[in-house]
Design a protein around this ligand. Structure first.
Ligand SMILES: *Cc1c(COP(=O)(O)O)cnc(C)c1O
Length: 377
């Protein structure tokens, strides 16, 4: 018998298989007496660096702080200066842009490709100005936004490449990055991770990380995240408190070994949707061969999205929208509201995210596809 309800995401269900390991991890921290920093944070940093293929990892408080700290560190190092511009996809979560403006840098919004919904790497030149000193590429929806065009564009202009890898832990780009590996988080000069509970590997609260193979950047980020201090009671920067909580580090250590299985499960669900959704009005996301996305979201495009969504809701299918209002149209960024970004605005009006988490089985995805195929306007 078919189920009657297909929730978009339920974090209790996501974490249930890990409950015993999470409990043990938290108890280890409680017993250790080390509640800031310490061996769980050190071990997590080593394990994430190894999983990413970078020399260094610095655990931090959340994904937004991870991106902020990267930009602030480059400014502290003299590699970027306040007022420099950063190319960023206009179709992204607002945190990408908040990090740029918080550091005193200027976002230059670039269009996304209408089908990949990620940075259109063939159009970078159109948005480039001589003030641009860095690219913040965002692997949105789990799809690597890095290719030979982006790599060559950045290299020929001497731009720093920073990855917003909040949604794409475990994904692989079609070409190797500057460190010789294809893994997202190792492609550019530095990368930011988020372990917000809804991400593919989620903590039980806020958590994030910075990865890099640049020793100076790693030590600058670490100092900035710890009051600007390079050793105890010695402050070289006017820093912050943006440290990773060791309980979250221990929780993440319980989940990180299952990263490959998590990616495979999401790819299997995406493959079911790709095979089974046949409605002529629905544009499905591009699937590469081999599939390199880790499907943080499975995002279809539907004209008349809002009535389609309401209908799915009436059939018990939970959905979400990532994102209905792009950053440059948010009230806090009214100064960018006039930027012409037709592709981004089209996406904001048509994108719809289908369930793709551990709450959804392949049979559920088949049933959801059936429901979608039955839609009539
Ligand atoms: C979640 C997310 C962030 C921010 O991470 P937090 O841990 O929530 O601060 C940044 N960028 C993108 C693309 C995200 O999805």
């Amino acid at each position: 018998m078919n189920k009657t309800s297909y929730p978009f995401l339920d974090l209790g269900t996501v974490n249930r298989p890990y409950a015993a390991a999470i409990e043990e991890a938290a108890m280890r921290v409680i017993a250790s007496g080390r509640y800031v920093g310490g061996p769980e944070c050190d071990a997590f940093e080593r394990e994430l660096a190894a999983a990413t293929g970078t020399d260094f990892c610095v655990g931090v408080s959340n994904g937004l702080d991870a991106i902020k700290l990267i930009f602030k560190a480059y400014i502290a190092m003299g590699r970027l200066h306040k007022g420099d511009a950063v190319l960023v996809p206009a179709n992204t979560y607002i945190a990408s842009v908040l990090a740029i403006t918080d550091a005193g840098l200027v976002p230059v919004f670039a269009e996304s490709h209408p089908r990949t919904m990620n940075l259109d790497t063939a159009r970078l030149e159109e948005f480039y100005t001589p003030a641009v000193k860095a690219i913040l590429t965002v692997h949105l929806y789990g799809r690597p936004a890095y290719d030979a065009a982006l790599r060559d564009f950045a290299e020929s202009r001497g731009l720093l490449v920073v990855e917003d890898n909040a949604q794409a832990i475990g994904a692989d780009a079609p070409v190797p990055g500057i460190n010789g590996s294809t893994r997202t988080g190792s492609l550019g000069h530095a990368a930011a991770f988020s372990f917000y509970p809804t991400k593919n590997i989620g903590a039980l609260g806020d958590a994030g990380a910075v990865t890099t193979s640049d020793a100076e950047l790693a030590s600058t980020v670490r100092a900035l995240a710890n009051y600007g201090s390079d050793r105890r009671y010695h402050n070289i920067y006017e820093g912050y408190n943006c440290r990773l909580d060791p309980i979250q580090a221990a929780v993440l250590r319980a989940k990180l070994p299952h990263l490959d299985a998590e990616c495979a499960r999401r790819r299997a669900l995406a493959a079911v949707y790709e095979r089974e959704i046949k409605h002529p009005d629905i544009i499905k996301p591009v699937v590469d061969s081999p599939d390199r996305s880790v499907w943080h979201q499975y995002v279809i495009q539907v004209p008349g999205r809002d009535s389609f969504r309401a209908w799915l809701e009436s059939q018990g299918v939970g959905t979400d929208i990532h994102y209905a209002v792009p950053p440059h149209l948010q009230p806090c960024y009214s100064r960018y509201a006039g930027t012409p970004l037709p592709v981004t605005c089209m996406l904001a009006d048509t994108v719809l995210s289908l369930p793709v988490s551990a709450c959804t089985s392949e049979a559920d995805a088949e049933a959801i596809a059936d429901i979608i195929n039955r839609y009539r306007k």
